[in-house]
Design a protein around this ligand. Structure first.
Ligand SMILES: [Ca+2]
Length: 349
């Protein structure tokens, strides 16, 4: 036996152990409070899938959630100070993938650190960029990843702390400020309701005509002007059938008699037409509510998406306040009327 082979046989167990241990990218620390910290990523994970608890995550049953519900699980966990913390969130795709153990399957995870993990699909918070109706998941059977429609029900594991990778993936936008399309100043359109994942996927201020999203030219209701143009928006990721309440703040006070007009189909008339959406007009704000699938939602279905387009219509057309020359014409007309009446009286006398 050569010196080299003797060396190899002597250290064979150590070499083997090194090779087996090599693909371990994560270094887990059990915090003994139901959480596991990955010292590589700095993230702290809920040791159990949502729904499981206790030693070895042996109690309860892992629960299935739609993507929107999964975002809500984090909100609920924070409200209940889950495991003494209130900064839980749904992990991003990259964060969730960091848990995959590449030399394991069914489940593809360190089962000592994360007992009770389902060999199944877990939601990430990351939207699928080319189709906002889908989001990314990690398949902990083999560690693969893909995206699918958000209404699917998958498992959830929450995370907290660390560096928030892909923070914009989970950013839900509920307020939009931009100049009006008519040059009157900045408009802010904010909404509340619709669930934790409900945000604008489209938001733009458009003119009454001439924009790709504008209603057909000449279709607007007669005798009504739209000094601030229209607001065109779509929300996504909302709880199906939920109601959002919008407050749109305009740069100037809305005149008396202002009505919020919309162009689109309604539950009682499927063709595109102008109609008045019930709204509270006060000062420079218009406040109204739209229920997913109800009046004001152009897709007329409770699908988690609200499609809307409309704006405040001022009665009397553009010249609701007479200009100086118009006042002069009115006075002249009034004077001529007075002369006419006095002339008639003289003739009749
Ligand atoms: Ca809808």
């Amino acid at each position: 036996m050569t010196t080299l082979s003797r060396f190899f046989y002597r250290f064979f167990p150590a070499i083997l152990a090194l090779l087996v241990a090599w693909p371990t990218y994560a270094a887990f620390t059990d915090n003994n409070d139901g959480t596991i910290t990955d010292t590589v990523t700095g993230l702290t994970w809920d040791q159990c899938s949502w729904g499981l608890s206790g030693a070895g995550c042996a109690a309860g049953a892992a629960s299935l959630h739609t993507w929107t519900q999964a975002l809500g699980v984090a909100v609920a966990a924070n409200g209940a100070s889950h495991k003494g913390r209130n900064d839980w969130r749904l992990p991003s795709k990259n964060e969730l993938e960091s848990l995959v153990k590449i030399d394991a399957y069914a489940p593809a995870i360190d089962t000592t650190a994360f007992p009770g993990t389902m060999s199944d699909l877990y939601w990430s918070s990351t939207n699928f960029a080319s189709n906002p109706a889908d989001a990314w998941f990690v398949f902990f059977y083999d560690g693969s990843t893909d995206a699918y429609v958000k209404s699917s029900t998958y498992y959830v594991r929450l995370v907290r702390g660390g560096q928030l990778f892909d923070s914009f993936d989970s950013l839900v936008v509920t307020s939009y400020t931009a100049p009006s399309a008519t040059g009157t100043g900045n408009i802010t359109a904010s909404f509340s309701g619709g669930g934790p994942g409900c945000g604008y996927t489209v938001s733009q201020f458009i003119p009454l005509t001439g924009h790709g999203a504008s209603p057909p030219a000449g279709s607007a209701p007669a005798g009504v002007s739209f000094p601030h143009g229209l607001f065109d928006f779509t929300t996504g990721g909302c709880t199906p059938g939920s109601t959002i309440t919008l407050v749109v703040t305009y740069p100037q006070a809305l005149p008396a008699g202002t009505v919020y007009w919309k162009y689109g189909p309604t539950p009682t008339d499927g063709s595109y037409h102008w109609y008045q959406l019930p709204a509270v007009i006060a000062g420079n704000t218009a406040t109204f509510s739209i229920t997913d699938g109800g009046l004001g939602d152009d897709d007329l279905t409770a699908n988690g998406t609200i499609v809307d387009q409309g704006g405040p219509g001022v009665p009397g057309g553009a010249a609701s306040i007479p200009t100086l020359s118009e006042w002069a014409m009115l006075m002249l007309a009034g004077l001529m009327g007075l002369f006419g009446v006095s002339a008639m009286r003289r003739r009749g006398a």
